[in-house]
Design a protein around this ligand. Structure first.
Ligand code: GDP
Length: 446
């Protein structure tokens, strides 16, 4: 019996107490399990109120049974959903009973994997389910929903079709070697290839946005003690999560928080004020602060603009080369009169009054290349961005070869490789072990 003939079972709702809990079953044994558990096979897609019984007839729970016969189900197999009361013990007992009746425990992501193998979803859509569940902002949830509806898949397929027709054209020319060079030179093959490359570029830009919505960015706040880092974090997040005091060196640990920056999830790390110190606990804080800087996409350096002695040039030098630096000159409410314009990457703000905060937000967005309207895009993963980059590199190389040699063979080969890269996105061309890795990152019951 292959793994796909086995019937799988999992508690599909999160652990803990809730009004309802769901045990999900998928596979050929579903009708037999239904009969053993509550005496009948429910009518397809109708809610059946039933007593779920143990082997000795004792009622384990009463709930609703839903039956989706193959192939019209999430997995494409017979599926049974048992909606019972949402407590860990009662759900485990129902699950245990289903296991006794011949099912086995599902592995993480196994329901989605079966849906993929039965052509119910492509890989992008299966990933979008996981992304929808994990989405950290409204915009991310909407984007994941659009990917689940097939928005990104349609775009990738559109590109694949464009590549196919170009390949057919180039390969037809190769088949007639005598006329090949003339044929390719006279036709608009270069322009057509360039048009495909532009199409890949467009999708790549959108996929980058989509990845941003899913993964968010890491922003580290740093600066001298008392510059106003904790106040700024609170102003950005709209919550009182960091302790604000007038005693320098209060923030001893790295405080982490997630905020919603116009739909982009921003993981903020508020680091200890970096300074030399003899206090061992504070020294540890400083060490962790340096570590947080290393992993940041953006480092926000907060300076006290009202204190002429607080030069932060030394701190700016600590910012790792791979991070973008934004300087926020804080406490401008304490400065008299008009403020001189600042250089690029620098904003004047007051964490206290909120002055300049909009400018700061838009600087952060610009720094990560976020467009002004995250709406309209779909969710994407780094994996998709990488595959699109690889497709683009192949189309580019094909163009170079075509120009250099005037022969279509190398162009045709690069176009084929570009198509393979796109096939990895939807899962059509992905090796089994990589597929397994992707699905196993999903949680149990998905
Ligand atoms: P941190 O040590 O860098 O985290 O600084 P805090 O956020 O704890 O702030 C240090 C002090 O500066 C507190 O008394 C804050 O109320 C004050 N402060 C922070 N931001 C501003 C600001 O924009 N204007 C004024 N006037 N005071 C501020």
């Amino acid at each position: 019996m292959s793994a796909r003939d086995e019937t799988i079972c999992a508690v599909a709702t999160p652990p803990g107490a809730g009004g309802l809990g769901i045990v999900r079953v998928s596979g050929p044994l579903v009708p037999d399990i239904s009969i053993a558990l509550f005496g009948r096979v429910p009518a397809p897609r109708y809610a059946l109120l039933a007593d779920f019984r143990a082997a000795d007839g004792e009622v384990i729970d009463s709930g609703i049974a839903l039956y989706f016969p193959a192939p019209h189900s999430f997995t494409g197999e017979h599926v049974l959903e048992l909606l019972g009361h949402g407590g860990s013990h009662v759900l485990n007992r129902v699950q245990q009973r289903v296991l006794e009746l011949g099912a086995r425990r599902a592995q993480p992501g196994e329901f989605s994997r079966r849906a993929f193998l039965n052509d119910k979803l492509d890989l992008i859509q299966a990933e979008a389910i996981a992304d929808l569940i994990d989405s950290a902002t409204d915009a991310a949830a909407r984007a994941a929903q659009r990917s689940l509806q097939g928005e990104l898949s349609r775009r990738v397929h559109g590109l694949q079709e464009a590549l196919t027709s170009l390949r057919v054209f180039v390969e037809a020319a190769i088949d007639f070697p005598d006329e090949e060079i003339d044929f390719l030179a006279e036709s608009d093959v270069n322009e057509r290839t360039e048009a495909v490359r532009d199409q890949v570029d467009g999708l790549l830009a959108e996929a980058r946005q989509g990845r941003l919505l899913r993964d968010g960015i890491v922003l580290a706040i740093t600066g001298r003690p008392n510059a106003g880092k904790s106040s700024l974090l609170n102003a950005l997040s709209g919550q009182d999560s960091a302790i604000v005091t007038e005693i320098p060196g209060t923030t001893r640990d790295v405080l982490r928080e997630q905020i919603d920056l116009d739909g982009i999830p921003v993981h903020v790390a508020d680091t200890a004020g970096i300074r030399d110190t003899s206090d061992r606990i504070e020294a540890e804080g400083v060490r962790r602060a340096r570590q947080a800087l290393e992993s940041a996409d953006i480092v926000l350096l907060v300076e006290d603009a009202s204190d002429p002695g607080a030069d932060a040039a030394g701190l700016a030098a600590e910012v790792p080369a791979n991070a973008q630096l934004i300087r926020a000159r804080n406490k401008i409410d304490l400065l008299p009169g008009n403020h001189s314009p600042q250089g690029p990457g620098t904003v004047l703000i007051s964490a206290k009054t909120g002055q300049g905060m909009d400018d700061l937000r838009s600087l952060i967005r610009q720094a990560v290349g976020a467009s002004d309207h995250a709406e309209g895009s779909f969710s994407a993963r780094q994996r998709h961005v990488d595959a699109l980059k690889s497709a683009r590199a192949h189309v580019d190389r094909g163009l170079v070869e075509m120009t250099r040699s005037g022969s279509g063979e190398l162009l045709a080969e690069e176009l084929r490789l570009a198509q393979t890269a796109l096939g990895e996105i939807t899962g059509e061309m992905l090796p089994d072990d990589l597929l397994g890795k992707i699905f196993s990152s999903f949680c149990i019951g998905k």
